[in-house]
Write a protein that binds this ligand. Structure first.
Ligand SMILES: [Fe+2]
Length: 268
């Protein structure tokens, strides 16, 4: 081995076992330059920061898989062997992984620790929610609701409902602690708002409710009805779609409810 040469070993090969669906490894760094390897499974998303969040030079080479980037109706696909680079993006660029992808990234100034911490704190949050209620990130605030309320089989008292209804605020407070989760915090806070303004915690109405929260409201209702809960057995898809149709325009944004019903399909 030549003097001064450093051989890198892939973490995949070293571990040789179970892989996470997302992994970021630092392969080499010198001064302000970092070389990282990013692996992501199909259907995951990732983004590159806009220049007001992180500015510098970034080069990305697609070693394996396929990515898609969409903006203003324009779609660009990146396949194995393609590469791209930038020196500051005017706005955040989102990518969808369409086939399991491995990317080689060169960046300056370094961003590895920043990105790694973001991924790790998100994973830790998601795990804490999963352990408690098998729910999703929008219900992260439920980790602050006592277990005896969350798992109670009998009907909740008025005070217990009040506590349960605080989970969107608790969740938003938790996410607000991280700068990069501020937008997510706003969405989490609004996921129990109703289109007619009779939801909680802020009584937002119609388009005042972020579109992401209007989508979560529909999907969450469908999931709640079709999954088994401590207080009720799972009901069928037919019942869930009926509930969405009944609530379209009052509880839910009618366009979102209709799009979801069309996507999920018939009543069988
Ligand atoms: Fe919720």
């Amino acid at each position: 081995m030549a003097e001064g040469m450093t051989i890198g070993r892939s973490a995949d090969r070293k571990e040789g076992g179970k892989k996470d669906s997302t992994a970021l490894e630092l392969l080499a760094h010198y001064g302000p330059v970092e070389v990282t390897r990013y692996r992501s499974a199909t259907r995951k998303h990732f983004y590159l920061d806009a220049q007001d969040e992180w500015s510098g030079f970034e080069f990305i080479y697609v070693l394996e898989g396929k990515l898609a980037f969409e903006d203003d109706g324009k779609r660009i696909e990146f396949h194995s062997g393609d590469c791209f680079h930038h020196r500051g993006l005017p706005k955040r660029a989102y990518f969808r992984v369409e086939e399991d992808a491995i990317l080689l990234m060169v960046s300056s100034p370094p961003s590895y620790h920043l990105v790694r911490e973001e991924i790790q704190s998100l994973m830790a949050l998601a795990r804490s929610v999963e352990e408690k209620d098998a729910a999703y990130l929008h219900d992260v605030g439920k980790v602050k609701v006592p277990d005896e309320i969350l798992n109670k089989a009998e009907p909740l008292t008025e005070e217990e409902w009040e506590e349960m209804h605080r989970h969107p605020e608790y969740g938003a407070e938790m996410l607000n602690e991280k700068e990069f989760l501020r937008t997510a915090a706003m969405i989490v806070r609004a996921h129990h708002e109703r289109y007619d303004g009779r939801g909680y915690p802020d009584g937002l109405e119609g388009e005042e409710i972020p579109i992401e929260a209007r989508i979560i409201a529909v999907v969450d209702t469908y999931d709640a009805i079709t999954s088994e809960r401590p207080y009720q057995p799972a009901l069928g898809k037919k019942k869930a779609l009926e509930e969405l149709r009944n609530g379209a325009g009052s509880q839910f944004d009618a366009r979102v409810a209709e799009a979801f019903i069309a996507m999920v399909g018939g009543d069988d």
